[in-house]
Design a protein around this ligand. Structure first.
Ligand SMILES: [Zn+2]
Length: 517
């Protein structure tokens, strides 16, 4: 059998999700000729004609595996549904999908009436599993997948055992929750069909996660920059510096004198606009300042982590390799954002949005800050997304940053610049994978494969292994690990969703800063 996911209509949201997961996928050219061995799982992304429906039902009755959203299930299986506003997906230990990151959805979804798995804020179930003939289907809430295209922003609390919850303005929807739901469901469907679920591992050399320290220079002084730079050098950290060029023009050479550090752009005026021309002019001005110090930036991170399509087009116009904005996404794997009618060529690299200054704002002691990042690293390791931390030279707690650097060393994580990771991810994305499963082995053609790439193989919904890419992988001869389940969050989703007076104060302050700078 081919271990490829077939998608009936390759909508942009499915393209993003499947590319992030790293699984092999393609659009099904003609559903009417669909064969049982052609795809290990299919995603029926939209309703279609009666002939296609008959063929899809035949595929599943003969033993296929199928994923769809509830509005499609209504058409395909005549399942009953109802509309419901889903604030968040709760942490759930009694689930067949134990690797889902809890998070915010905050939109009205179409829920399967007979869903039995995964719980929302109101205690409603979100996922329906169905057996039809010899095959299996999983029904996700209708409207869930398209949340990854959302550009909405809101202030969010982040889990901490400190006195107050730290908050930041970030993407309104937790897009990593949607991705982890899709990934878990695909793994489940493959196990139901007794075939391995194989995808390219998101980190080089099979590392458990990857570390980057990102610094936005925001109106910093040469001294403060130096202090942080010295700390990076002492710990061999190739940090990524996003320079706000407006205030640093007079000492811009300081950045070209830095060793083993990546220098990117954080805008010239430390603001973004709705209009393309204004964004484009600001990006151009910033590039020109950096060029004076012979720095040609490949990465961009916008002020306040804001993102809009006109900014995305401006940075694309100037040939940036990647950008990083937590208003678009955070704590997630990279992807190419969708710009209304096409994908951007600029890779988005999500980072964690909480700085030590945000933690201080939430009355955290140094000890509580350390605990916060230690807990966040555990989340990254558990749910396999990058340990990408960001801060500023002004207002940073250096003792905490030093602690993070030591933590990285203790866990044997390889620190990397964001540009290195972006280039590695881009290279990985070009790898076309077609794996066949036969006689308990994975068979594939291998040509000039990047030796740092690994294949993650998951079987039986609870065992997994990382292996180098080879022409033949005998599943009987590899070492398996048991998947961990559950995660001990310091606070519940219900607590995270509560609005605290500090959130409102911080929103007003940030609005004021964005106007005054
Ligand atoms: Zn900034």
């Amino acid at each position: 059998m081919r271990l490829v996911i077939g998608v009936t209509e390759l909508l942009p949201q499915w393209h993003i999700l499947l590319s992030q997961i790293g699984v092999s996928f393609e659009e099904i050219t003609d559903v009417r000729t669909l064969e049982i061995e052609q795809y290990s799982t299919i995603i029926v992304s939209s309703k279609s004609d009666q002939v296609s429906k008959v063929r899809l039902l035949k595929y599943i009755k003969e033993g296929g595996a199928l994923l769809c959203e509830a509005h499609v299930a209504e058409w395909l299986f005549k399942t009953n549904t109802y509309k419901n506003y889903v604030k968040f997906v709760d942490a759930d230990i009694n689930t067949q999908f134990p690797r889902i990151v809890p998070g915010f959805i905050q939109k009205s979804l179409i829920l399967p009436l007979h869903a039995t798995d995964l719980t929302s804020d109101l205690g409603r179930k979100l996922i329906q599993t169905v057996q039809i003939g010899k095959g299996y289907a999983v029904v996700l809430p209708g409207g869930l997948s398209s949340t990854v295209l959302s550009c909405q922003v809101t202030r969010r609390n982040f889990p901490s055992s400190g006195p107050l919850l730290p908050s930041e303005r970030v993407s309104r929807q937790s897009k990593n929750t949607v991705r982890s739901m899709v990934q878990s469901v695909l793994e489940y469907l493959h196990s139901k069909r007794n075939v391995p679920f194989a995808y390219l591992w998101p980190f080089p050399d099979g590392q458990e996660t990857i570390f980057n320290f990102r610094i936005d220079t925001d109106f910093s002084t040469p001294d403060k920059l130096n202090t942080l730079y010295d700390l990076c050098c002492q710990h061999d950290i190739p940090a990524t510096w996003f320079v706000e060029t407006g205030s640093s023009e007079s000492f811009i050479e300081q950045f070209s004198n830095m060793d083993n550090q990546e220098i990117g752009l954080h805008g010239h005026q430390h603001r973004i606009w709705r209009q393309y021309q204004r964004n484009e002019r600001d990006v151009k001005k910033g590039i020109d300042v950096l060029l004076k110090a012979t720095i040609s930036p490949k990465g961009y991170a916008s002020p306040f982590g804001k993102w809009n399509i006109s900014l995305a087009k401006a940075i694309e116009h100037h040939g940036f390799v990647y950008s990083s904005e937590f208003a678009l996404d955070f704590d997630d794997l990279p992807y190419y954002p969708y710009l209304e009618d096409r994908f951007s060529s600029v890779l988005q690299i999500p980072v964690h949005p909480i700085t030590t200054a945000r933690l201080r704002n939430a009355h955290h002691s140094t000890k509580e800050m350390k605990q916060y990042y230690e807990n966040f690293l555990q989340q990254c390791l558990r749910f396999q997304f990058p340990f990408f931390i960001y801060d500023h030279p002004t207002g940073v707690n250096l003792e905490v940053i030093k602690f993070i650097f030591n933590l990285v060393q203790e866990h044997n994580l390889q620190p990397t610049s964001l540009l290195n990771y972006a280039e590695w991810w881009k290279q990985k994305s070009t790898h076309k994978m077609e794996i066949f499963y036969q006689d308990n082995s994975l068979i594939q053609k291998i040509n000039n494969v990047d030796p740092t790439m690994r294949l993650c193989i998951r079987v039986d919904n609870n065992r997994w292994s990382l292996v180098p890419l080879k022409e033949k992988i005998d599943l009987d001869s590899i070492q398996w690990k048991t998947s961990e389940t559950g995660f001990d969050y310091p606070v519940s989703m219900a607590e995270l969703s509560r609005i605290h007076y500090k959130m409102i104060v911080n929103d007003i302050l940030q609005y004021y800063w964005s106007l005054s700078k």
